[in-house]
Design a protein around this ligand. Sequence first.
Ligand code: FES
Length: 289
Amino acid sequence: MPADPNANYTNSALRFGDVDPYPQRLVGEFIGTVVSNHWVNDEYKHVILKVHPQALKAYAGQMFHLLCPSPDGAEVWMRRPMSVYRVDKDAGHVEFLYKCEGRGTRGMSMLAPGDDFNITGPLGHGFKLDLSWRYIVVLGRGVGLATLAPLSQLAAENKVGVTAILSARNPGVVMSKDLFEGLGAKTITVFDSDGSSTVENVGKILEDLIAEKKADAFFTCGSNRLLTLMQRLGKKHDIPGQVAMEQIMVCGFGACYVCMRTFEAGGQRVLRRVCRDGPVFNMQEAVGW
Ligand code: FES
């Protein structure tokens, strides 16, 4: 007998078109329908899901917990947390950009248009945009750029200018440039391959933006050395900042304490749950890794 593809789904999961019996709830379990799932370069794929309108409430920096299919017939233990790459409210789509490297994401890479994909969320506290800011700087590397990309959407909606510094190993694996630019952001690319991604050079780019008064706030994700750089310049020039932390998770909603990380707040070291207290935190309170 063929395996039931819905065996892992619960009856409460909502599909597009279902009536939500609990419309006030903030978090739900949804069955999205895969619209497309294509490679953006040798390592990353971009999946677009048609989802129930409740799932469209996700905002920049929030995440979903994904029930990834198995790539090999054996069970995939636990859901995988993934930050939202884009929400297209008009089309009813939630999108994710992901690196195919573990069993969960390899299973995800096999999803085809029309397949079901079970997602739970939106989870966590995302980015906050102060409407007194006129220009923000986002600095990311690797899959961290996928987490930062929705900020350009949020900023564009609120008429806040964005400079996005995109760091990558080489031009072949830089991501999200089109998305940032499509939403009006100015992009600057820096690469390991030509030496432009060094801390010294990125620091100079940031100092120039500060001198031009184009840096009212800093945002980063995906690199410890870039976090440390932004923390240092943020402290020096009194620029507020936020960082989206990446962490292994199990439950995704604050119950298991697997995702604890150390922060420094009020002169003390404290432990916080990345899934529930974050994943976006005050940059100056984050302790690097
Ligand atoms: Fe369980 Fe964060 S993953 S508390």
